[in-house]
Ligand binder design. Sequence first.
Ligand SMILES: [Zn+2]
Length: 463
Amino acid sequence: MKLSILILLFFCCVTQTKSQDTIPVLKGNVTISIEKGTIACDFTLSNIPNIEDYVIRINSGMNILYFKNKTSGSLLYFDRDRSDSTSFGESIAYFFGGTKGVRKFLPKEIEVRYVGMFPVIDTAKETMVEDWRGNIAFVGKTLRADGYQSAWYPIIFDMKKQILYQKVKYDVQVNCSDCKTLYVNGSKPIIGQSNNFKSDTPQELLLYCGNYDFENLDNTYVLNGKMTNTQLSDFGSLVNGFKKYYETKLKLKYNGDITFINTIPTAKKYGFLFVSYPTITSVNAQPSGLNRFIDTKASAFYKPYVAHELGHYYFGELLRTNSEFGPVFNEGFTEYISLKLTKDLISDSLYKVNVAKKIKSLKDFKPKAFSQLKTQSDFNNRDLYVYYYVPIVLLALEHELGEKKMWEWLNEIILSKTDFTNYDFLKRSLVKSLDKKLYEHIINSYFETDESLLNAIKKISNQ
Ligand SMILES: [Zn+2]
């Protein structure tokens, strides 16, 4: 069971991304070697939004040859901004100094060239101490690099509005002479050592290239899944059933076909899933791979993780989040709807076990009230707060509102327009759905009191 506990702790990653008003365009080429662990990029970033206080994030393992202002043709002196506090630590935040007292200058079009070299892990011989979403992982004869967290390509961030421009339209040539298969998020995987990938739909540029096969069923691709046709069909039915459930409950269409990646971790005992829509990546050392979600014996235990990742389409993709409060929506609400799915589609007894486990894990946890969350450190323990505490509060709210009204409220939240997904946004969305008395009861019992966890557990237990 130890491995299972680890999986619970590391299964997901936050996204701090507010909806982009402008979509940058990324053109150029990337040359990879999975044998050597190298990435060399020559990119031009255009259609750059007009931002005063910006940084350009690029992974700290990348060595810059130059930044060039494409309009003037001149090379740009660059500096580092060390106040980029919402980054996850993988990237360096670059900017170009302005003239006449202006601190930062952002050209309309930038060319950037850089190279990076990363450890190539042979898990039979060695291991890293940990693995995580933002890791640029050369492992198992593949390269896995997510988009926004690893920042392997240049990503603009608006410091003031907290908008991350990780979604780009792209026209990128990928070369990898020691790869068998190439995949760029949002495009179809191809067999080959070189391909021009293009997308006019903005995408977070996750990469998965290397020595692996893939399968396709009704436009759902499974990369490195090692599945038989029957397993593929079972997995497809599982995913479609989960999507349908969310669609029906939230009354919002689940658009698009999901691509699944099955790959191994760079560190022992690490297993996690993350979503870079429309790709869900499963990082796990188990030989059963994605089949652990459909093999009858163990699958019930694992299915809620798929439910959670698919739920991020609504809280993460449709509702983009920012501000320190963002993870409450992004992870907490996603975990809540995956609990609902667990109860209705997977197993009522597993649902009860999972709720009980959450309550037990929260025994010594003293969460700050929603209204008191001002900085990242206010979570105290982020995982306990967003994956355990928030869903328990939401379950209590469901008992207060009734299930139907609860789903209607979630629909309202997802469709609402807001600059910041902060605590005020949460209150505003609720006041629309409830009468004054119930609204005040919820604020006083769950949102603005240190007793909220106790109140929530009491409410759930009384039902
Ligand atoms: Zn998540």
